[in-house]
Design a protein around this ligand. Structure first.
Ligand code: KIV
Length: 259
C-alpha cells in the first residue's frame, strides 16, 4: 500500500476523481484508509460525536486526540486535520497552532475555512512548510444559517474570487461546500488545484462526505448526502434483539460460557 502524497493528489486533477471521507475513530479510519485518497479529521465531530450545537464549540485538544488515533490506524490515505474555530485568527496564531497539531498528530496537512481574508495566513503557513487545504462556500464555523451558497450573482462573484485567491495562495486543494453546480464547474475549470465537493455537484475534482451521514448514523440527512447504509436501524435492531435475548435467557448460551 503506497502512501498518498500531496503530489499524487495534485496529479489526479482532470485524471481521476479524488475520494475523501471524514473519520474520527479507529474503526472507521481503518476501513476508509483502504479505499480513500484523503481522510479528514473534520471538526464536524463536535456535532456528530459530541452532540454540540455547532462546530464553534470544538477544542483543538479534542481534535488532536481524534487525529492521533486516525493517524495511528491508517497507512495509505492523506490525513488532513481540520483547524477548529478561533485557532487561526492571525497568521502567527495559525502557525503556532498548526505546528502543535503537526507535531502531535503527525498528520499530513491542515484545513482552514475562509476566502480572501485568510490568504495571507495560507501563504505564511505554506512558506513555513505546512500543507494547507482551503474550504469555501458554506463555512460551518462562521455561518449562522446552513443554506446553499452562490444562488445570486453577488455570492457567485465572491465565492469565485475566493477560489482564485486561495488557489494562488499555496493551498493544495479546496473544499467547496454547498454551492450551486454551475459555480462549482466554473471554479473547477478555472483553478489549477483540485476542488473537493460536498454538496457541490459532480463537476468537482473529488468528493467528500461526513462518514456518519453516508453510513446512516446521523439524525439529519441533507439532499447532497447519499446514504450507503442504514447503520442506525442496524444498531437499533441489534440492541433490541440483545435485550430481548437477555430477558428471555437466550443469551448467553453454552457457546458463550467457559468451563
Ligand atoms: O468538518 C468537516 O467534516 C468538514 C467537511 C464537511 C468538509 O469540514
Amino acid at each position: 500500500m503506497q502512501k498518498i502524497t500531496i503530489k499524487k493528489i495534485l496529479g489526479k486533477k482532470n485524471i481521476t476523481p479524488i475520494t475523501c471521507l471524514t473519520a474520527y475513530s479507529k474503526s472507521i479510519a481503518q476501513i476508509a484508509d483502504k479505499y480513500c485518497d484523503i481522510i479528514l479529521v473534520g471538526d464536524s465531530l463536535g456535532m456528530v460525536l459530541y452532540g454540540m450545537k455547532s462546530t464553534k464549540e470544538v477544542k483543538i485538544d479534542t481534535m488532536i486526540l481524534h487525529c492521533k488515533t486516525v493517524k495511528k490506524f491508517t497507512k495509505k490515505s492523506l490525513i488532513v486535520f481540520d483547524m477548529p474555530y478561533k485557532t487561526y485568527q492571525s497568521k502567527f496564531i495559525a502557525y503556532k497552532n498548526a505546528k502543535k497539531v503537526m507535531n502531535q498528530t503527525k498528520c499530513d496537512a491542515i484545513k482552514l475555512e475562509g476566502g480572501k481574508e485568510i490568504v495571507n495566513t495560507i501563504k505564511y503557513l505554506t512558506r513555513k512548510g505546512i500543507p494547507v487545504m482551503g474550504h469555501i462556500g458554506l463555512l460551518p464555523q462562521t455561518s449562522t444559517i446552513y443554506k446553499v451558497k452562490g444562488k445570486n450573482n453577488n455570492q457567485k462573484k465572491k465565492i469565485f474570487e475566493d477560489a482564485i485567491a486561495i488557489s494562488k495562495s499555496g493551498a493544495f486543494a479546496i473544499v467547496l461546500e454547498c454551492i450551486v453546480q454551475d459555480l462549482a464547474k466554473k471554479i473547477t475549470e478555472k483553478i489549477s488545484i483540485p476542488t473537493i465537493g460536498i454538496g457541490a455537484s459532480k463537476h468537482c475534482d473529488g468528493q467528500i462526505l461526513v462518514s456518519d451521514d453516508m453510513l446512516g448514523l446521523s439524525d439529519i440527512s441533507p439532499k447532497f448526502v447519499k446514504q450507503y447504509s442504514n447503520l442506525k436501524i442496524n444498531i437499533e435492531n441489534s440492541i433490541k434483539n440483545y435485550v430481548k435475548d437477555v430477558r428471555l435467557k437466550k443469551f448467553p448460551t453454552k457457546k458463550n460460557a467457559y468451563n
